[in-house]
Design a protein around this ligand. Structure first.
Ligand code: UD1
Length: 352
């Protein structure tokens, strides 16, 4: 069986790593990179660090408005799908690369499987929410990471196409954690274990309004320990354009980290402040307190267990970050680290 994975943005490379491993010897696995992310630190470092085979094709679409970026992907993917004629197209998460691949495949009557199906924020301002809803409804096989995701799919009439497989990011996280425990990489900027926070901000709702971005940055500047701010290119460019300095007070700006270094840095931190979907869950899995600068989250289990708290109002960030820690819990709502095997089994055993 020939399975073609389509990826394009940073979180998708992380999800691809355990899938590429699990495919070895079980299926012919091809990788198409749309080129949505193209910087060394946003793309190549993940392939190297996580031992992912080099993409078979790179469409090099680069950045652009949603329509232009998605349209360019759609055209390139259609051409590649016709040329490679896969048995399955596997799409990941909720980016513009996900949606473009799902549309290109379904139009050619190639079966599409959506990994990380059923997540919902119910926030229609988020481009990711449009991407995931449209992708789920276009796909033939919906691979859900959690019970809550399965419920969302059922509520939308998609239960018949859905399978609960667990969360593949948990697979890769546990592997990176074990590597970091046995051979810890240095903490950036000489920070001391337990004596710093990690922050990331990249969602358009937080970066693109200068007043809001300034308030978030000021809240981080005022925290009681140094803040390692891992700056996504979108944050860098909006901050520079609006003259918002990123290195005042507690802030220590740093370029994005590769996956293993990020996991080790989170393990050594006193807490994470983020608007990233992946990072809040990684913090939870490592039992590091997270503060999420969004009005809601798709990963509701992290809230219910108390390890993640929402602070969409910048005024609430400092108080939330400096809260007392949650009750210890050995709950594993995201599976046991073997989701990728379940994904490959679902693709090979598909009995639609
Ligand atoms: C995308 C995803 C988001 C995911 C995030 C992870 C969509 C709609 N959003 O958002 O869900 O959480 O990736 O990072 O697909 N840029 C560079 N170099 C790069 C990539 C981007 O400089 O390698 C800059 C460009 O100026 C670009 C901007 O960052 O315009 C935004 O990149 P884009 O891929 O459009 O969206 P992200 O914000 O990264």
């Amino acid at each position: 069986m020939r399975i073609l994975s389509v990826v394009g943005a940073r979180p998708q490379f992380v999800k691809l790593a355990p899938i590429a491993d699990a495919m070895m010897g079980r299926a012919e696995h091809l990788i198409v990179h749309t080129g949505q992310h193209y910087d060394e630190l946003m793309s190549d470092v993940f392939f190297r660090d996580l031992g992912i085979p080099a993409p078979d094709v790179n469409l090099e679409v680069g950045s652009g408005s949603h329509g232009r970026q998605t349209g360019r992907m759609l055209e390139g993917l259609e051409r590649e799908f016709e040329r490679l004629s896969p048995d399955w197209v596997l799409v990941y998460g909720d980016t513009n690369s996900t949606l473009a691949a799902a549309i290109a495949a379904v139009k050619l009557h190639i079966p599409v499987a959506h990994l990380e199906a059923g997540l919902r924020s119910f926030n229609r301002r988020m481009p990711e929410e449009h991407n995931r809803v449209l992708t789920d409804h276009a796909s033939d096989l919906l691979l859900a990471p959690t019970r809550v995701a399965m419920e969302h799919l059922e509520n939308e009439g998609l239960a018949g196409r859905s399978r609960l497989v667990g969360d593949v990011m948990t697979d890769v996280l546990y592997q990176a954690r074990d590597r970091a425990l046995s051979d810890p990489p240095p903490i950036p900027l000489g920070l001391t274990a337990g004596g710093y926070y990690i922050a990331t901000i990249h969602r358009p709702d937080n970066t693109d309004d200068p007043t809001r971005l300034r308030s978030i940055v000021e809240a981080l500047e005022g925290l009681d320990q140094p803040v390692l701010l891992l700056a996504h290119p979108r944050l860098e460019s909006f901050a520079a354009r609006n003259n918002i300095p990123l290195s005042q007070g507690a802030l220590r700006v740093h370029e994005p980290l590769g996956y293993s270094s990020l996991v080790a840095a989170v393990m050594g931190s006193a807490g994470v402040v983020t608007d990233s979907g992946g990072l809040q869950k990684e913090a939870f899995l490592l039992r590091v307190p997270a503060t999420t600068i969004r009005p809601e989250t798709e990963w509701v289990e992290t809230l219910e267990l108390g390890w993640n708290v929402l602070a969409n109002d910048p005024e609430k960030i400092a108080r939330t970050v400096m809260r007392s820690p949650a009750e210890p819990s050995d709950s594993r709502p995201y599976g046991d680290g073997h989701a990728a095997q379940a994904v490959v089994a679902a693709l090979l055993d598909d009995t639609r």
